[in-house]
Design a binder for this molecule. Structure first.
Ligand code: GLC
Length: 430
């Protein structure tokens, strides 16, 4: 017995010595390798990368042991999603911090691809954020990302043209049509109303705004999925009519994304545009053909109903497979801080999800219209909140596209959506 235990002791000692040697070599190696490099993946941001580069350089200056490489993905949310699914599914550690659309965080959290951030983003701090993005980053009681910037659909209009004809911005969709027709008859070569109608995620965001502002929607109050109803039929028919009956929206909207419409409106060729808040700063830039001529307001509603904007926006999380999780968390905290969110709003036009910034005097001075956005963000409505949302939207996108291009009637599309989504939701129950 004693012999055995002394051998045991010896082995344990030997193992400890080997472990110590190993760790001290690792530490030596780390020192020799110099600073940690974090890879930060995010979609292409509009308006040039300089401001973000400066923001990241400041982080590096404050954290001499960390370098940040920012790697840009295409602007399209659908393409970014595809990149992450392929890489995270394979356990890739090639990026540390990632920017995620509101619609994916639950899916990624459920798949185990994100590091929970409850400790670095405590409940007291969450209270300052709009409810929509907080709900988007929460899954089974934990938070998996911190909101970076918030989006909601807005109506941009040519103030100069509405003033010229003494017409106020439309409050109903019907008014928008009549104003657009009046001005299109008098002004040459101007589109009435442009929006995002390509078969992609942006189309779903647009469609939801018509459904909600007609008193419809996809989810009933009791939480059940219910696409096929009169209000939704009317909303979709109206979108079709904008292009094919009233002809205030050109057929090109059926292939347009955010940037297509922003470029057209920004070059002075459209009266109304639906878009996210980022476009405003770009219209006001030196040299912009529409500088000083643009107004922005809440989207119209159908007569007798209230308007709604779709909630969008992006959140920062840490890759579960990152080799530098603590440094990555530090970067996420920094990029979502009060100061950085304020700078991104002023310099890049991306709006803060922190509510206290809507009382920040410097920010209000720079962007007086931000005060009015507070209510829009507070009441912006989410797309169906589910870890299976991407499967649902893969059903919605082609059906909605088929309606606005005249291939399917709204009834047929909604019936088909109902059948397919019910199937997906049955999977969710399992
Ligand atoms: C914006 C929104 C995002 C939405 C996307 C659709 O990036 O922030 O939530 O999914 O547009 O194109």
């Amino acid at each position: 017995m004693p012999r055995k235990s002394s051998i045991g002791l010896f082995t344990a000692g030997l193992l400890l010595a080997i472990a110590l040697l190993f760790f001290s070599c690792r530490a030596e190696q780390n020192r020799a390798q110099g600073p940690v490099t974090l890879v930060f993946k995010h979609g292409k941001l509009a308006g040039g990368p300089e401001a973000l580069r400066e923001i990241l350089s400041r982080f590096e200056a404050q954290n001499p042991g960390i370098r940040v490489k920012d790697e840009v993905l295409p602007a399209s949310t659908d393409e970014q999603h595809q990149f992450y699914v392929i890489n995270l599914e394979a356990g890739s550690a090639e990026f540390d911090v990632l920017s995620m659309d509101v619609i994916w965080v639950k899916e990624f959290a459920r798949a185990g691809w994100l590091r929970p951030l409850d400790d670095v983003f405590p409940p007291e701090e969450r209270k300052d954020f709009f409810r929509g993005p907080i709900s988007a980053v929460t899954f089974r009681g934990s938070v998996y990302a911190i909101p970076w910037y918030i989006d909601a659909g807005l109506l941009y209009y040519r103030k100069d043209l509405l003033d010229k004809y003494s017409i106020s911005p439309p409050r109903t969709w019907q008014e928008l049509v009549s104003t657009a027709r009046t001005i299109m008859e008098r002004e040459k070569d101007i589109y009435g109303f442009i929006w995002q109608g390509k078969q992609y995620e942006g189309l779903v965001c647009n469609v939801m705004e018509y459904m909600w502002s007609r008193g419809g929607g996809l989810i009933d109050e009791d939480g059940s999925f219910n696409a096929l109803k009169e209000e939704n039929i009317d909303a979709l028919r109206f979108m079709y009519d904008l292009i094919h009956t009233y002809r205030v929206s050109p057929p090109l909207v059926t292939t347009a994304v955010e940037e297509t419409t922003r470029h057209i409106f920004g070059s002075g060729r459209a009266l109304f545009m639906r878009n996210w808040p980022y476009a405003w700063n770009l219209f006001e830039k030196e040299g912009s053909p529409v500088k000083g001529k643009v107004g922005v307001t809440v989207l119209p509603a159908f007569k007798g109903h209230r308007p709604y904007a779709t909630l969008g926006g992006w959140q920062l999380g840490v890759n579960r497979y990152s080799k530098h999780p603590e440094e990555a968390e530090k970067l996420v905290r920094y990029l979502t801080s009060y100061e950085v969110q304020k700078e991104m709003a002023i310099r890049m036009g991306y709006k803060p999800p922190r509510r206290s910034l809507y009382r920040d005097e410097e920010l209000i001075r720079a962007q007086p219209f931000i005060v009015r956005l507070y209510d829009v963000f507070e009441h912006a409505r989410p797309r169906p909140e589910s870890p299976f949302y991407m499967m649902i939207t893969q059903v919605l996108q082609p059906e909605f596209s088929a309606v606005i291009t005249g291939i399917k009637t709204p009834e047929r599309a909604l019936r088909s959506i109902q059948r397919q989504v019910e199937h997906i939701l049955r999977m969710e129950e399992r």
